[in-house]
Design a protein around this ligand. Sequence first.
Ligand code: HEM
Length: 204
Amino acid sequence: MALKGMRSVGWGLMLFLALSIALVSSRYLMADPEIYFPEQKLVYMAHTAAILAHVAGSIIALVLGPWQFIRRWRTGRRLAIHRWTGRIYLLGVVVGGLSGLYMAQLAYGGWITTLGFTLLALSWLATAVMAYTRIRKKNVPAHQRWMIRNYALTFAAVTLRLHLPLLTAVLGLEFVTAYRTVAWLAWVPNLLIVEWFLYRRATQ
Ligand code: HEM
């Protein structure tokens, strides 16, 4: 398959997975404790505003992100749409990231999970700040690189929910062990993959 075709399939798969997880996560917005994940039900009931802010902000980022990578939507008159979508995306990351940082301190599984999610939240916020400050300085290539890293971290929401059933059902790990593992496995490989991709693109 030609490179362009492979890119379109990859983008389509990314969009499909992002929309699916956004849809599944949107149940949380009903603030119904019955649908919270059982181990954390009491925590979410005591911190409803934070978990709702987290899910709402993160869904916005997850859904808007893929469209920003379409090259022809970043030219001519469409650039205005890219800018506005980008501002809303960043708002989603800031709201989702700050509330995620807060929720990380209460996460299921103890300090290993807390540390994994805390570093994810800080990296998510830091890459967003880098992407924003680069484009304010009109440095488009650097802005693009930081946004690729940032969306790889947004995509942790997808990879977490793919890894978790694999670790429990296929490898037979206990839920708590699987949860501690995905607090890291959901995002560190994502970052390594995009770093490799960016390195290859720069050296080709
Ligand atoms: C990328 C940065 C993110 C960080 C640091 C983060 C952090 C967290 C933390 C700490 C929790 C609480 C976990 C616990 O109670 O054990 C949580 C739960 C949750 N997050 Fe995120 N999250 C991020 C991205 C996202 C995204 C993009 C979504 C997409 C919709 C999302 C959706 C959810 C949902 C639905 C829950 C409730 C628990 C569940 O059903 O898994 N998060 N997140």
